[in-house]
Design a protein around this ligand. Structure first.
Ligand code: G6P
Ligand code: MG
Length: 219
């Protein structure tokens, strides 16, 4: 049996959270309220639509469906202009090293992201070719912590969920991986990601030996 590797995008491969934050903060400020970095934590792994709902709850603002949709478009346009210049230099430390090692072992690799901008971002940072399968916010109906995104990825990789490893930076993403019956690996703070099977601050902390065990699915 081969191990399938599934990567979240935002916060795992690239740090786009800061751009999402700037775009949401701009909208909040336009609507007359503050939006803090701490509040932005709640937005990690959460769909664009759900983020706007939370933002409007924070600002105590009611909106018609049309207005809601206009704000969704506006936020995304601002976000897209912020990430326009993104390139390889924004790939997080040692992500490339891990992807290269997995490729060397011919390991099936998927992306499992809530973002509808996942594919263009992978193109910008020149990582598209590493992924055998891309499942993103344009393909799923149910958001993390629902396991849908990871289950679709496993299916497309042709790997049973129990033989898949998921790298995630968001609490909702770890829950989704666990709900899918996969081995969850948190990238970030171990207190925040306490539900993950393993947690590393970043990929620099994952050594060769551990990766090889994952590839053989005997961690
Ligand atoms: C990721 C990010 C979230 C973001 C979501 C949707 O999960 O962590 O912060 O809201 O993707 O991204 P999108 O690019 O579709 O607006
Ligand atoms: Mg993430």
């Amino acid at each position: 049996n081969r191990t399938g590797f599934i990567f979240d995008l935002d916060g795992v491969i690239v740090d786009t959270a800061k751009y999402h934050y700037l775009a949401w903060r701009k909208l909040a400020n336009e609507l007359g309220f503050e939006f803090t970095q701490e509040q932005n934590e709640l937005f990690k792994g959460v769909s664009r639509k759900r983020c706007l709902e939370i933002l409007l709850e924070i600002g105590n603002i009611k909106a018609s469906q049309e207005q809601f949709n206009r704000w969704l478009v506006e936020k995304n346009e601002d976000y897209l202009s912020l990430i326009e210049e993104m390139d390889e230099s924004e790939i997080l430390p040692d992500v490339l090293k891990v992807l290269q090692l997995l490729k060397k072992h011919n390991t099936p690799i998927a992306l499992g992201s809530a973002s509808k901008n996942a594919r263009p971002i992978l193109e910008k940072v020149n990582l598209l070719d590493y992924f055998d399968v891309i499942v993103d916010g344009t393909h799923v109906a149910k958001a993390k912590p629902d396991p849908e995104v990871f289950l679709i990825a496993a299916k497309q990789l042709g790997v049973p969920p129990k033989d898949c490893v998921v790298f995630e930076d968001a609490v909702a993403g770890i829950k989704a991986a666990n709900n899918a019956g996969m081995l969850s690996i948190g990238i970030g703070n171990d207190k925040v990601l306490s539900e993950a099977k393993y947690v590393f601050a970043n990929f620099t902390e994952i050594d060769h030996k551990f990766l090889n065990k994952l590839i053989a699915l005997t961690p």
